[in-house]
Design a protein around this ligand. Structure first.
Ligand code: ADP
Ligand code: MG
Length: 262
């Protein structure tokens, strides 16, 4: 349990217990262009993800957040360093690790049920099993009764849930979300945060989410990782970030938040 003294007043109670190590990122560097080892977008990054953990990844635009998430997803390799998933080197996209894309990743011409099934079809699950798993996932995320609705008939938050259902139906253990909530209005956003925590409490997934919003990270993250110019300057609990900032940069980050909320 986190003990947050200066947390938001509606801090949810459901916090999962943290389990085994799932993903281990060690000394990861990543560059682009002609001399990738000289122009580093990620520089010597270490992160460990555990079962049941929600990690909020923060940093200014261009600090390397999306690049790190893509490496964890196995979509791009690091220039140097190691990524291990369940004790084995990660080489390309792994079953069990998936990006949850923003709402517009839904096919507008397919129903909710068909959208969730489409994700399963893509990984070779047969029709009968597809239907069963898709219905269970839709039920789980509270869209029961909307199976035959089309994305345009749903609110932003509901569409977002369809994206989540897709990942859950595929038995994903590690969910990666790149600013998945940023397009949602504040109320729906809080609702989605709660939903994520609820899922977490029952399913013990591992979630890494990128956000620009420190409050969001404090509210739902067990760990908060702060990137600056490709370097991970702090990875700690919300309590660490608030009360034991690693440097002035993090301190200013926290103070700015205090300045905007009071
Ligand atoms: P963030 O998500 O924190 O905004 P990114 O990881 O998207 O940051 O990008 C970090 C840096 O890497 C940026 O300067 C960006 O221009 C650069 N970058 C990202 N992807 C590529 C690419 N495919 N080719 C060249 N440069 C890239
Ligand atoms: Mg990004």
């Amino acid at each position: 349990m986190q003990n947050l003294k200066t947390s938001t007043p509606d801090m949810p109670q459901t916090r999962p217990r943290i389990g085994e190590e799932v993903m281990c990122v060690q000394q990861v560097c990543r560059g682009f262009g002609k001399n990738p080892s000289e122009q580093l977008v990620l520089d010597d990054v270490d992160v460990t993800l555990r079962e049941g953990e929600i990690v909020g990844l923060l940093g200014r635009s261009g600090s390397g957040k999306s690049t790190l998430l893509r490496i964890i997803a196995g979509l791009i390799p690091p220039t140097s360093g190691d990524v291990n998933y369940l004790g084995k080197p990660l080489r390309g996209p792994a079953e069990g690790v998936a990006m949850v894309f923003q709402t517009f990743a839904l096919f507008p011409w397919l129903t909710v049920l068909e959208n969730v099934e489409a994700g399963l079809e893509a990984i070779g699950v047969g029709p009968h099993e597809r239907r069963k798993r898709a219905l269970a996932a839709i039920d789980l995320i509270g869209l029961d009764g909307f199976e035959n609705a089309y994305p345009r008939e749903l609110s932003g938050g509901m569409r977002q849930r369809v994206g989540l259902a897709r990942a859950l139906a595929a038995n994903t253990d590690v969910l990666l979300m790149d600013e998945a909530f940023s397009a949602l209005d504040p109320l729906i956003r809080t609702e989605m945060q709660d939903q994520l925590l609820e899922l977490q409490a029952t399913l013990k997934k591992t979630i890494v989410f990128i956000t620009h919003d420190l409050d969001e990270a404090l509210r739902i993250g067990n760990q908060i990782a702060i990137l600056r110019d490709g370097r991970l300057i702090q990875c700690g609990t919300p309590d660490d970030i608030l009360h034991r900032p690693a440097d002035d940069y993090v301190r200013r980050f926290v103070e700015r938040r205090a300045g905007t909320t009071h």
